[in-house]
Design a binder for this molecule. Structure first.
Ligand code: DCP
Ligand code: MG
Ligand code: MN
Length: 342
């Protein structure tokens, strides 16, 4: 979580932020996006304060801090803890749900089903739940995938992919994205964009899925495919590969995500894959308020929406190639990747 890495201990509200960040992480694990967003915004506000905020009244006067969050801030200052956090740590159903949500590919619906079916441990799932192959791998390497990856190791994984690519076609480029591009000291996974000049998606797809991925399996760098949009059909436009990789001499499996991007869509893909997810959501919302649409392929104008903001047409592509230009057209001042933490 970017919040935890960004608050120096000398910040007057460091302890309050630390405790709130733990609650925020809990909501994030529970996939409660609404509360996660609210807490991230409140934490960002608190981090900017030059003095220690000690009372609920003081806190409630600040932007993005409502009455309930303000009360929690006062509670932390007074008691050095948060009862809500203590509860979430001891509630057994929550604990099991969080455990199951940590399995690769398991969403809230799946995790809830497992809880409803009476499963309480990963061993229960292995013994008696019907699992997909990816879920089996997710359980087998549960601890590996839950461990943050140091920045230097993210770079090593990136370098191995780059070296393999260079041997296949020197024109291909791999760029490390996600939390790494935002400057994080450690990452949950390794996110790579792969592109090549003047190369249509179909050619990118065939090089990556036909040559690169098999070569990296053969060298024992890749250890598993968890999700892949590769299919034999040439009309298929899938662009992602999710799996696991490991460094030579290491037994720890890391999550690796590849995204294939034609040059003409690089700008939009850079924005999407840099994140963070909340920043992306706010950019998309802004686009839709301006009659535009932003997705991982481009920024579109003349988008017509119905009563409930549902989209009626595709819109006309304005910009896909240039990251800075997309900010400009949207009327958003440029933000360095390090500043895209909401
Ligand atoms: N993304 C998004 N919405 C999602 C998932 C991802 O917008 N539901 C985008 C923003 C993310 C980027 O893709 O920053 C990479 O996704 P990750 O899940 O790998 O997240 P991060 O790299 O940001 O964090 P972590 O260090 O946990 O991997
Ligand atoms: Mg990531
Ligand atoms: Mn990822």
């Amino acid at each position: 979580n970017p919040n935890s890495t960004n608050t120096p201990p000398e910040n007057p509200n460091a302890r309050t932020i630390q405790v709130l960040d733990n609650l925020c992480k809990y909501y994030d694990q529970m996939q409660d996006q609404w509360r996660t967003l609210a807490y991230r915004k409140g934490i960002t506000t608190l981090r900017k304060q030059p003095i220690k905020i000690t009372t609920a009244k003081q806190a409630a006067a600040l932007p993005f801090i409502g009455a309930r969050l303000a009360a929690k801030i006062e509670e932390i200052v007074l008691t050095d803890r948060l009862r809500k956090l203590d509860c979430t740590r001891t509630n057994p159903t929550d604990q099991v749900l969080r455990l199951f949500l940590g399995v690769y590919g398991a969403g809230l619906a799946q995790a809830n089903k497992w809880v409803q079916a009476g499963h309480r441990t990963l061993a229960d799932l292995v013994a008696s739940a019907k699992l997909t192959e990816s879920q089996e791998i997710g359980i087998e390497h549960y601890d590996d995938f839950a461990t943050r990856i140091p920045r230097a190791e993210v770079e090593q994984h990136g370098a191995i992919v780059r070296n393999a690519l260079r041997k296949i076609d020197p024109a291909f480029q791999a760029t490390i994205m996600g939390s790494y591009r935002r400057g994080a000291l450690n990452s949950g996974d390794i996110d790579l964009i792969i592109t090549a000049p003047n190369t249509p998606l179909s050619a990118l797809r065939s090089t990556i899925f036909h040559t690169l991925v098999p070569a990296l399996f053969a060298s024992n760098f890749l250890c598993a495919t968890l999700a892949s949009s590769w299919s034999k059909s040439d009309t298929d436009t899938g662009t992602k590969w999710h799996g696991a990789s490991r460094l030579p001499n290491s037994h720890v499996w890391r999550r690796l995500d590849l995204l294939l991007v034609p040059e003409s869509e690089m700008g939009a893909a850079l924005i999407y894959f840099t994140g963070n997810d909340i920043f992306n959501r706010s950019m998309r919302l802004l686009a839709s308020k301006k009659g535009m649409r932003l997705n991982q392929r481009g920024l579109y104008r003349d988008v017509i929406r119905g009563r409930n903001r549902e989209r009626i047409n595709e819109g006309v592509l304005v910009e896909g190639r240039d990251e800075k230009k997309i900010f400009e057209v949207l009327g958003v001042p440029w933000r360095e990747p390090e500043e895209r933490i909401c």
